[in-house]
Design a protein around this ligand. Structure first.
Ligand SMILES: [Zn+2]
Ligand SMILES: [Zn+2]
Length: 291
């Protein structure tokens, strides 16, 4: 019993995250072009036909850039609030708009999505926990601080896309103007490596198996540095950095934390285990993999 996750892009140049159970999937944010989302999903073996809903965290352009075209072209419902639509000057087909509330449990096929409020300098910002098959995956980017909501929902996660935006020293000594440094490091800006690490060290569940470090600053962070920082505290937990330039591989999150126990490919006779047959999702005709 697993969920499949991938970052389609992560960073201030665009965010898009995929979480699915093999049959149904959701995207959180569409901050790169529709065309690029489709290209990258195809490369990763993920089908847009599996995406039954899009959830939007807030109106900053790196989270909504490709939303209108993607949702319209593929007729995908968009969970987004009025203030976010207004703040982003978005023109969406009204039949696709689904408003939501804090802590509401939203069913998307067999998935359950729970939005929760967080601190960020946007009109009405949310992060999301997505659950299915007994697994919970969090998408936590654009977080000014680890507020009580973040802490509480983080404790439920088997896997998380966790913002580690900047190294405090690099930001301090870097080229950004003072006002921008202040904005980024404020309680309504972004989570630093140290803040993300504190959350990870103090509030992770015993079953957290994967951390995908996300929304890294190009100027004020280094993937190697932040990965090393987490790795030192991670034990058996898998640490990966979500790229600013490419899609990630598709990770399979299972209750025992072992990716090897996930059924990753259809059509492979080694995986044709009768006990798993009922959990195998249907394939889109042209797909070579599950997603
Ligand atoms: Zn952002
Ligand atoms: Zn933002």
């Amino acid at each position: 019993m697993s969920l499949y996750v991938a970052s389609i892009n992560s960073g201030s140049n665009g965010n898009c995250y995929y979480v699915g159970n093999g049959t149904d999937a959701v995207l959180v944010d569409v901050g790169i072009s529709c065309r690029e989302v489709i290209k990258r999903m195809q490369r990763a073996g993920l089908s847009i036909q599996s995406v039954k809903a899009i959830f939007i965290s807030h109106e900053h352009s790196d989270h909504i850039r490709g939303l209108r075209v993607l949702s319209t072209k593929y007729n995908i419902p968009v969970y987004i609030n009025e203030a976010t639509i207004r703040g982003g000057s978005l023109y969406l087909d009204s039949v696709l708009i689904r408003p939501f509330e804090h802590a509401q449990n939203i069913s998307v096929g067999e998935l359950l999505v729970t939005p929760f409020r967080k601190e960020h300098d946007a009109a009405d910002p949310y992060s999301f926990n997505i659950s299915g098959n007994g697994i919970t995956v969090g998408v936590y980017t654009d977080i000014g601080c680890a507020c009580q909501n973040v802490v509480n929902y983080f404790k439920e996660c088997h896997a998380v896309f966790l913002e580690a935006n900047y190294d405090e020293e690099m930001l301090e000594n870097g080229p950004y103007p003072f006002y921008l440094k202040k904005r980024i490091s404020s309680n309504k800006g972004h989570l630093s490596n140290a803040q993300a690490l504190e959350l990870f060290k103090n509030h992770r569940s015993a079953f957290l198996s994967h951390v995908f470090l996300s929304h890294l600053s190009k100027e004020n962070n280094s993937p190697q540095l932040v990965k090393q920082l987490f790795q030192e505290q991670a034990g058996d937990i898998k640490i990966a950095v979500a790229s600013r330039d490419n899609e990630s591989e598709v990770h399979c999150i299972s209750a025992d934390g072992l990716e090897g126990n996930c059924v990753v490919k259809q059509g492979n006779s080694e995986n044709r285990d009768a006990s798993k047959a009922t959990t195998k999702p249907a394939l889109h005709p042209k797909q070579t993999s599950l997603f």
